[in-house]
Design a protein. Structure first.
Length: 236
């Protein structure tokens, strides 16, 4: 009887895993007090295997807070220019992936896809950039490469209040209430049966649903922040 071949895995050192968990505790404790942060659905995160976490993007706080409250260790992106000095050492300690935003993003996409194929979970903001006015933006199809070629499951997330706490160009975060909702994981087998346009529509619908629920938890009306009429997900 032949031994079952184990899938490839991205290995982090014990020191990096302990450091990640320590910062989760410290930053999470601060966020619960400063932002009165609440979460829902954290148990929905897939415990293992390739996964793409997709979330709306309203603030620099988003990747930090989404990762801090997720039980699964998440892989992050960072501008290539940030991988310098002491701050560069810090983000390297999180195994962040450098992305050249001024040149071709192909190298960053390849590095991210390699992590997904190794069974990692990566955090992606399908809108492509932070919102300038608090409105949700159309979803961009770049995430499809990770889902299709990485055979990854899809984890929708919605965060509400991060834009209010730290909007574009704000130097410091304000003590505004923030809520994060982690939706139901969608297995890759289901995504494989859908067309690219159907997957993009699903991503848009799931992020919106999580965002609306997060707004309820934060005590806000989500309608003003939903994207303007006519702004549909970008077709693949």
């Amino acid at each position: 009887m032949e031994a079952t071949e184990k899938p490839p895995v991205h290995h982090r050192s014990l020191a990096k895993r302990l450091w990640y968990r320590l910062t989760q505790f410290v930053i999470g404790s601060f966020a619960r007090v400063w932002f009165r942060l609440v979460t829902e659905g954290r148990e929905n995160a897939p415990k293992s295997g390739p996964a793409v976490f997709v979330c709306n993007h309203g603030s620099h706080l988003d990747p930090l807070l989404v990762g801090v409250f997720c039980p699964r260790i998440i892989c992050y992106f960072a501008r290539e220019t940030l991988f310098r000095g002491l701050f560069g050492m810090l983000i390297r300690s999180y195994d962040a992936i450098p992305v050249d935003q001024e040149g071709s993003a192909l190298a960053g996409l390849r590095a991210t896809l390699a992590r997904v194929k190794l069974g990692d979970a990566v955090l992606v903001f399908p809108e492509g950039s932070r919102t300038m006015d608090g409105h949700l933006q159309p979803m961009q199809p770049g995430v499809l490469t990770l889902l299709r070629r990485g055979k990854a499951s899809l984890m929708p997330i919605g965060i509400n209040g991060a834009y209010e706490a730290m909007p574009y160009k704000a130097p410091f975060p304000k003590p505004k209430k923030i809520a994060i909702v982690y939706g139901e994981t969608i297995p890759n087998e289901r995504l494989a049966e859908m067309s690219n346009d159907e997957v993009m529509l699903l991503i848009d619908e799931q992020i919106r649903a999580c965002f609306e629920r997060a707004a309820e938890l934060a005590g806000r009306d989500p309608s003003h922040a939903l994207s303007r009429p006519g702004m549909e997900p970008t077709k693949a």
